[in-house]
Design a binder for this molecule. Structure first.
Ligand SMILES: Cc1ncc(COP(=O)(O)O)c(C=O)c1O
Length: 400
């Protein structure tokens, strides 16, 4: 038996439980997966011809080690893509990563020492929590409302820390669009205020924006990175939510001197040049705009389907309707335990995630009456069937 005393202090924050089954094929047909942010299989693009061409026309390039910072043509494309969205970047501002998650980890490695405080929303993206926790951080949690991140609450929390003589947080992590899990989008006013506050206090912002183009209605709000005039914002992007998560390609946009350091921390030998070439050719092809429209229309239809089904089958739950993204966040009546609902629904073949998993703090006072439902992977029929079955489980718990 391996004695856990030999683990690094950091590793002792990690759960020793093996993850639950992951692939949809590991479950029976009756099982309905509202838990994962898998892409809709019907929307995965046909990339076979591009892969073939990459391996023949660019054989040497795609089979050699990649550039540590990402292939130059992809960084140029990403730079143009972000500049068309209001930024003022050069390719030196871009680091290609193995998904946005690797970007989160690299930023932590760059900025955090054990004992540092960081700001996250309550709730926040649950996969990021163990990554942050592994760096030995203290969490400062800030709430959200319909306009997203509560900047005034953050300003008050920072003032309180300063008054107590405590060090300021080392970063502010947020998902400004179609937040995971709440679906909330920050208003332009809040964005301007957050960028100004963070700059005034000298606290870097990490803008994690995987769902930006998965918008169903309404106009874009400005990127935090586009409002950043001092290099204080790290922007995280990814192709996971718009193209395919299995490609594992994302990026960080930040000041070149910070990118240069992160390149040295990126220990896997460079993100796959084959995949970078395939994505680049797809992104610059005429198929890409049509693909984006297809993605937006299909997820919008699923969003509408799940909202209608929840309103029909779980009338006691309050649903926050997101204008984009992959998830809906349900607030249940206070006496309904989201952990119990998730467990009982799982036994009935309906997989979803209890809201409590999305809180960085572990105390007894975290709200228990929420659940998150992903609508990205399930068909409209599965949504109708799955939410009807969830409604039956809900009624057995809620006594409605
Ligand atoms: C907020 C957020 N950040 C990052 C990711 C993961 O992105 P990637 O697949 O690029 O690592 C997700 C996926 O669910 C997410 O919701």
């Amino acid at each position: 038996m391996f004695n856990d005393d030999r683990l690094a202090r950091r590793a002792k924050t990690l759960s020793a439980r093996m993850p639950a089954p992951h692939f949809p094929s590991e479950f029976g047909e009756e099982t309905i997966l509202f838990d994962s942010g898998f892409a809709a299989p019907q929307l995965l693009p046909a990339l076979g011809a591009l892969a073939q061409r990459a391996l023949t026309d660019h054989r040497e390039e795609v089979l050699q080690y990649a550039s540590g910072r990402g292939q130059p043509y992809l960084r140029e494309w990403l730079c143009d893509w972000m500049n068309a969205d209001g930024c003022a970047l050069t390719p030196d501002h871009i680091l290609v990563t193995n998904g946005a998650k690797q970007g989160i980890d690299l930023i932590c490695r760059l900025l955090l020492d054990e004992g540092d405080a960081i700001v996250v929303t309550a709730p926040t993206y649950f996969t990021a929590i163990p990554i942050f926790r592994n760096y030995g951080v203290e969490f400062v949690e800030v709430g959200q409302d319909a306009h997203g991140f509560d900047v005034a609450a953050l300003a008050a929390a920072l003032d309180a820390r300063a008054a107590e003589g405590r060090a300021l947080p080392k970063l502010i992590y947020n998902i400004p669009e179609f937040h995971n899990p709440t679906g909330a989008t920050m208003s332009a006013e809040r964005r301007v205020a957050l960028v100004a506050l963070a700059e005034a206090r000298g606290i870097p912002i990490v803008e994690d924006s995987p769902y930006r183009r998965v918008r169903f209605e309404g106009a874009d709000e400005p990127l935090l990175k586009a409002l950043d005039r001092s290099g204080n914002v790290f922007h995280l992007g990814t192709f996971s939510k718009l193209v395919a998560p299995g490609l594992r390609i994302g990026w960080v946009a930040a000041e070149p001197a910070l990118i240069a350091r992160m390149i040295q921390l990126k220990s896997e030998g460079g993100s796959s040049p084959l995949i970078q070439r395939i994505i680049y050719e797809f992104a610059r092809s005429a198929d890409f705009p049509a693909h984006i429209e297809r993605v937006q229309a299909a997820y919008c239809e699923r969003r509408d389907g799940i909202v209608a089904a929840v309103e029909r089958e779980l009338p006691g739950a309050r649903i926050a309707i997101p204008a984009g993204g992959y998830y809906v966040w349900l607030s249940l009546p206070p006496h309904v335990d989201g952990d119990m609902l998730a467990a009982k629904a799982g036994e009935a073949g309906i997989h979803l995630i209890a809201g409590s998993r999305f809180f960085a703090s572990t105390g007894a006072d975290i709200p228990r009456n929420h659940i998150r439902l992903a609508f990205s992977f399930t068909t409209l029929d599965q949504i109708a069937n799955g939410i009807a079955r969830l409604g039956a489980v809900y009624r057995s718990i809620a006594g409605e």
